[in-house]
Design a protein around this ligand. Structure first.
Ligand SMILES: NC(=O)c1ccc[n+]([C@@H]2O[C@H](COP(=O)([O-])OP(=O)(O)OC[C@H]3O[C@@H](n4cnc5c(N)ncnc54)[C@H](O)[C@@H]3O)[C@@H](O)[C@H]2O)c1
Length: 296
C-alpha cells in the first residue's frame, strides 16, 4: 500500500509504514486493521513477551477469517510478513505515521509524544487513539503540533466502521487530509471532529453508561435486566454493563473523569460502584472480571 495525498499546499504526504505504541485491547486491534489495509506495521510493546502473544493472536484472528472465507490464506501470510513487534522505540523512527494507544493518562501520553517527537523523522504524523483527553495538550508536548491529531478507533476496531479524526487547533489541514485518506484506505468511515472532551460518541454515550450504573445502585432492576432492556428496547447490540466490561472499567473511569473535568455535568460524575470495581482490579473482560464474570 502506498497512499499519496496532495494537500492544499500541494505537498505530497505518503504513508507506507505505520507504527503503533501500546499492545492492549486497542493497539493490537489497530495493528490487525492496518495490516489488512496493506501497510507495513511495527508495534511497540514494553514487554518482550508480548511479541509472541501478539503474533499468535494475529495468526488466530486471520485463521478465523480464512475459515469464514473472508480472507485468503496467501493474503493472511503476506500480511503477517509485514508485521513486526518490538520493545525498542527507535524501531519506529522511519514510520510515516505513529498511532499511540497506551493507557488513558494525559501525562503518560505527553511524555510518550515528547519521546516520539525526538526520535521519529521530521514529517512523521503522530496520532493518539485517546477516548477523551485534550489532543492539543498532547500536541504541544512536541515540537511538531501541526503533525499531531487524534485517530479514535472504536472497540472492536476490526468490526466498527467509525473512526473519529480529532482536530486540535494546532493541526495542519494537510495532516487532517492525509489522516482522513489513510483512515478511508482502511475501509473505515472517518468523521472529522473538534477537539472537545469525548468528541462525538463518548460525549453522548458515557453519560448513559454512567446512568445505568446509578440505576443499578438504586436497585431499579438487575444488571442483566438493564442490559436486556437496552438491547430489546433500543436495539443496542449489547447492554451498558456488557459494553462497559468490553471497553475496560479503568478506561471508562478515566473517560468519565475527563468528561466531568471539562463539562462539570452531573451526569458525568463517575458512579461509586465503577470506582470500587477499578480499585478491586476488576477491569472488565480484559481482566476476566468486571460487572460480569468471564471465567478463568
Ligand atoms: N477500550 C476501548 O474500548 C477503547 C476504544 C477507543 C479508544 N481507546 C483508547 O485506547 C487507549 C488504550 O486503551 P486500551 O483499551 O487498549 O487499554 P488496555 O488497558 O487494554 O491497554 C493499555 C496499554 O497501555 C500500556 N501502558 C500502560 N501503562 C503504560 C505506561 N506508563 N507507559 C506506556 N504504556 C503503558 C499497557 O502495557 C497496554 O499495552 C486509551 O487511550 C483508550 O482511551 C479505548
Amino acid at each position: 500500500m502506498n497512499l499519496s495525498v496532495r494537500d492544499a499546499n500541494l505537498d505530497l504526504m505518503q504513508i507506507e509504514k505505520v507504527g503503533i505504541v501500546g499492545s492492549g485491547i486497542m493497539g493490537s486491534a489497530i495493528a490487525e486493521v492496518t495490516l489488512l489495509g496493506g501497510y507495513k506495521v511495527t508495534l511497540h510493546s514494553r514487554q518482550s513477551t508480548t511479541a509472541h502473544v501478539m503474533m499468535q493472536q494475529l495468526k488466530d484472528s486471520f485463521s478465523k477469517m480464512v475459515k469464514r472465507e473472508i480472507l485468503l490464506q496467501s493474503k493472511a501470510n503476506e500480511a503477517i510478513s509485514r508485521f513486526e513487534v518490538t520493545t525498542e522505540m527507535r524501531d519506529l523512527i522511519d514510520s510515516d505515521i505513529v498511532i499511540e494507544s497506551i493507557i488513558e493518562d494525559l501525562e503518560t501520553k505527553r511524555e510518550l509524544f515528547q519521546r516520539l517527537d525526538g526520535l521519529c523523522k521530521v514529517d512523521t504524523i503522530l496520532a493518539t487513539n485517546t477516548s477523551t483527553l485534550p489532543v492539543v495538550e498532547i500536541a504541544v508536548a512536541t515540537k511538531r503540533p501541526e503533525l499531531v491529531c487524534g485517530i479514535h478507533f472504536f472497540n472492536p476496531a476490526a468490526r466498527m466502521k467509525l473512526v473519529e479524526v480529532v482536530t486540535p487547533i494546532t493541526v495542519a489541514t494537510s495532516t487532517v487530509d492525509t489522516v482522513i485518506s489513510f483512515v478511508t484506505s482502511l475501509g473505515k468511515e472517518p468523521v472529522k471532529v473538534k477537539d472537545e472532551a469525548g468528541f462525538i460518541v463518548n460525549a453522548l454515550l458515557f453519560p448513559l453508561l454512567n446512568s445505568a450504573i446509578y440505576m443499578l445502585e438504586r436497585h431499579v432492576a438487575s444488571m442483566e435486566e438493564i442490559d436486556r432492556s437496552m438491547q430489546l428496547g433500543c436495539g443496542f447490540p449489547m447492554g451498558p454493563f456488557r459494553l462497559l466490561d468490553l471497553i475496560g472499567l479503568d478506561t471508562s473511569l478515566k473517560i468519565l473523569e475527563t468528561l466531568h473535568f471539562e463539562s462539570r455535568s452531573p451526569s458525568t460524575v463517575p458512579a461509586p460502584t465503577l470506582r470500587r470495581l477499578v480499585a478491586a482490579g476488576r477491569l472488565g473482560k480484559k481482566s476476566r472480571c468486571g460487572f460480569y464474570d468471564y471465567g478463568p
